[in-house]
Design a protein around this ligand. Structure first.
Ligand SMILES: C[S@@+](CC[C@H](N)C(=O)[O-])C[C@H]1O[C@@H](n2cnc3c(N)ncnc32)[C@H](O)[C@@H]1O
Length: 276
């Protein structure tokens, strides 16, 4: 049926999508109605080392618009909880960005954190429950325990990623799937030595970007054993991603295409289990 352009409760999916000033994830919310996300995980989602989630209680930490939480649901999880912080102030802003970071983010993403998730969940008819709790504050008392915990592209935004992983460990009775941006140059130069690049300055609120060995070590340092690890792959930019200009970005894009097999953010994923 053709989409309507009414203002009533039956407003079409495309109009609802346009209500959200910024989509982080590219999601198809109705046939042909796709969000203009900054990132499009759809082409790489099947390459992740997924555990079997069927019938399991699952947690997605730092969900943004919910792509990974909806994927857990699609894969047959019995229950999915998706967590995120409540507002733009709650990111781990570096000291120099703390005063102006939240307003700068609100200017592009809109004032309402979680709007994209709520719209997506409604249009998808999802039963995923979104809970506002920082990754640092996850505990069995707060959210219960989970068979599977998923965490994507969050650790690089945290001043203390190991503390957040330890909190995830406290609620994980099964497996952790962690996917994170990695530095390809550091991965090539140090295939086995864990190293990370420190940012802690810019408005993207980024702290530690590790090489692939560094990502694995972070997970291990928090009390997990790595069961499987992928080689770096490119997490593709979505249709809404701002144009990337400048020599540095072009060089980085070229090396990602060569070393990670495509355009996007160099990412590595690990499947891990709590160490006994
Ligand atoms: C870069 S996005 C990643 C979205 C999604 N997990 C993915 O892999 O595509 C980072 C997400 O982590 C959230 N976040 C930032 N700090 C957090 C914290 N301390 N605890 C939980 N989530 C946090 C952000 O609000 C955002 O939703």
């Amino acid at each position: 049926m053709a989409e309507t352009t009414s203002t009533g409760p039956e407003r079409g999916a495309r109009e609802r999508i346009a209500d959200n000033p910024l989509w982080y994830h590219t999601l198809e919310l109705a046939p042909g109605a796709v969000t203009p996300g900054w990132f499009d995980l759809r082409p790489v989602v099947d390459r992740l080392p997924w555990p079997d989630v069927r019938g399991k209680r699952c947690l997605d930490v730092g969900t943004y618009d919910g792509f990974l939480a909806f994927e857990l649901e699609r894969r047959g999880a019995a229950e999915v909880v998706a967590t995120d912080i409540a507002d733009h102030e709650s990111w781990d802003w570096p000291a120099r960005m703390r005063a102006r970071g939240p307003a700068a983010l609100a200017a592009i993403a809109g004032p309402e954190k979680g709007l994209g998730f709520r719209l997506a969940a409604e249009l998808l008819g999802s039963r995923v429950e979104r809970v506002e709790v920082s990754a640092y504050d996850l505990s069995p008392d707060r959210v219960g325990e989970f068979d599977v915990v998923v965490c994507g592209s969050l650790l690089l935004h945290l001043r203390d990623p190991i503390a957040a992983l330890e909190a995830m460990r406290s609620v994980c009775r099964g497996q952790l799937l962690s996917l994170e941006e990695v530095r390809l140059g550091l991965t090539l130069r140090h295939p086995r030595r864990p190293v990370a690049e420190l940012d802690g300055a810019g408005e993207l609120c980024q702290w530690w970007i590790a090489n692939a060995a560094g990502h694995r070590r972070m997970v291990e340092a928090a009390g997990f054993d790595v069961v499987r690890a992928t080689r770096p792959f490119a997490e593709p930019f979505g249709p809404g991603h701002p144009a990337r200009g400048g020599v540095r970005a072009r060089l980085r894009d070229a090396s990602t295409r060569t070393l990670a097999g495509g355009a996007g953010v160099p990412t590595a994923a690990v499947l891990a289990a709590p160490a006994v």
